[in-house]
Design a protein. Sequence first.
Length: 248
Amino acid sequence: MKTNGNTLFITGGTSGIGLGLALRFQEAGNTVIIGGRRTELLEKIRAEHPAIDTVVLDVASPESIQAAFETVTSRHPDLNALVNVAGIMLPEDLKDPAHVSTSEDIVTTNLLGTIRVTALFTPFLLAQPDASILTVSSGLAFVPLPLTPTYNATKAAVHSFTQSLRVQLADTSVQVIELVPPAVQTALMGQDESGRGMPLDDYLSETMELLGSQPEAEEILVEQVKMLRFAEVNGKHAEIVAMLNGSH
């Protein structure tokens, strides 16, 4: 993937990794459109960064996805990159049947949201001479954090879905890239307040450097996520699950 001269649509772009990537891509010379649910945040971003376009998008709603697709592609017919960032992370107590409603919300947002957005934008991107689809999984796709079981499962599913998408689009103009973050200091699970995880600016800088230096990469792996990504290969899976369980 080239890191400048693109027109990118970033879902979940009003905060955290999504907003961080939007600003970094815009600074690098790309046209950026942000999709998000909260209109007050979209308005704030427009006011502070007038070069960034914004669109209301709730990835849990097929109707909202359709409306956003129509708006984005009509305003930006040269759109050539989709970045699927939108997601939620919530704790669950699997001993309590009430957790199922939380699980359903997480699956709808993290997995179905990614699938639905990708399905709608893929035919449009296939018509472009040089295009990219980026998904965001997690190090927890490879080693689960027991506190967040459905989040882990959706990210494992996003990883698997991305692999299949890459194979099916291999002979097309669309490159498929998976971003695999470690724990990052964002609002997810209050990691920005607790100080747990990689500082957001550090994650963004390393990710942008890897995208620039490895334009053909299938997965973007910062150093801090490699322990999780390769835990099974290195025979450390059970040990790291126990470590994650002990830390929470």
